[in-house]
Design a protein around this ligand. Structure first.
Ligand code: PEP
Ligand code: MN
Length: 364
């Protein structure tokens, strides 16, 4: 057994003590760093709010380079200098991850409720109804007057139609404005209508109260940005093969570019099903309600493609928590130039909406 060496024990004891103290010091510095980083993230969050409001890009690589250059110029420590870029690139990444989506529940706890032309979206279920497209303008106006009597809150009706075939009826186009305006004047109801490009949106700006962005354009990002800048409410349909994330991020294009009233719409997605036109994905509704404050309506007409199933798709969507229904109606579906098979008759709406309200009463 070696003899006890007081000298080396003492050296070790003192070294351990010094090490311990230094480590304590490091812990304190790390605590401070953590607090400072938290503060930095909060300021970054404030900056991004301002940028979102002004429609500016959140990520700014020029500014990031400026930050690193400024710090470089302040430090003569070569090693630190080499690492600054790496350290800051992780700081920038974590700040990005912490930025809240404008559509998220974290960003806004309460459900969004909009008053559009005196009609409320986001509280009680809303009924948006009308034909797929305006075929005969005068008949459209008559139909709208009838729809008003059935408790419809918003009228729909397409004048710019996105058709699979270029040889199919493309809608009345700009001429349809006149009849949309007439229907609006006669009923006092706001109009939801699809636009395919910014020119038509600008042309029909005063008559369309809610711009519909169809399934085919959900990821037409430049259109989303342009439409958002007009500042009117938008009904955004889910792309027919879009995931939840893609759907939500498409809504961010609108929200971050000046549109404050986004209504989502689940209209069925493409699956291997052949028994209906699309598959109504009711499963997305409670998930959207959980993660987002945006209202979501369902479109049972395009999900089913068949008037026989419109009611059951409607009720399934409402039972899942949807804020309303967008349904196609025609006074003579056989004569409809678009989507006649899925159009219900005006007198069927009454029962449909009564059942909607019953289900909603049960689950609210
Ligand atoms: C429509 O609403 O008539 C329409 C074309 O819808 P979607 O974009 O869902 O196919
Ligand atoms: Mn249609």
């Amino acid at each position: 057994m070696g003899s006890f060496n007081y000298f080396s024990w003492n050296v070790n004891f003192n070294m351990n003590k010094e090490l311990k103290n230094l480590r304590k010091h490091i812990d304190n510095i790390d605590d401070d760093l953590l607090e400072i980083l938290k503060k930095r993230f909060d300021v970054v969050q404030e900056i991004s709010e301002i940028k979102k409001e002004s429609g500016l890009h959140i990520e700014d690589s020029v500014r990031q380079t400026e930050i690193i250059d400024r710090l470089h110029s302040k430090s003569d420590d070569k090693i630190l200098y080499r690492h600054l870029e790496k350290i800051y690139s992780s700081i920038f990444d974590s700040a990005k991850e912490k930025q809240l989506l404008l559509s998220s529940r974290e960003y806004k706890k309460e459900n969004s409720v909009y008053n559009i032309g005196g009609k409320i979206v986001g509280e009680k279920p809303v009924l948006i109804a009308g034909p797929c497209s305006l075929d005969d303008g005068d008949k459209y106006v008559d139909l709208c007057c009838e729809l008003k009597e059935s408790g419809v809150s918003f009228l729909r009706g397409g004048i710019y139609k996105p058709r699979t075939s270029p040889y199919s009826y493309q809608g009345l186009g700009k001429d349809g404005d006149y009849f949309l305006r007439k229907a609006k004047e006669k009923t006092g109801l706001p109009i939801v209508s699809e636009v395919l490009d910014i020119q038509s949106a600008e042309e029909s700006f005063d008559v369309i109260d809610v711009f519909q962005i169809g399934t085919r354009n959900m990821q037409n990002f430049s259109l989303l940005k342009d439409i958002a800048k007009l500042g009117k409410p938008v009904l955004l349909k889910r792309g027919m093969s879009a995931t939840l994330e893609e759907f939500i991020l498409a809504s961010e294009y609108l929200l971050s570019n000046g549109c404050n009233e986004v209504i989502l719409c689940e209209r069925g997605i493409r699956t291997f099903n052949t028994h209906v036109r699309s598959t109504l994905d009711v499963s997305i509704i409670p998930v959207i309600k959980e993660i987002s404050h945006l209202p979501i309506v369902i479109d049972p007409s395009h999900s089913s493609g068949n008037r026989k199933y419109v009611l059951s798709h409607t009720l399934a969507g409402i039972a899942a928590g949807a804020d309303g229904v967008l349904v196609e109606v025609h006074q003579n579906p056989k004569e409809a130039l678009t989507d006649g098979d899925q159009a219900v008759l005006p007198n069927e709406l009454d029962v449909l909406f009564r059942k909607v309200l019953k289900i909603w009463e049960l689950i609210k």
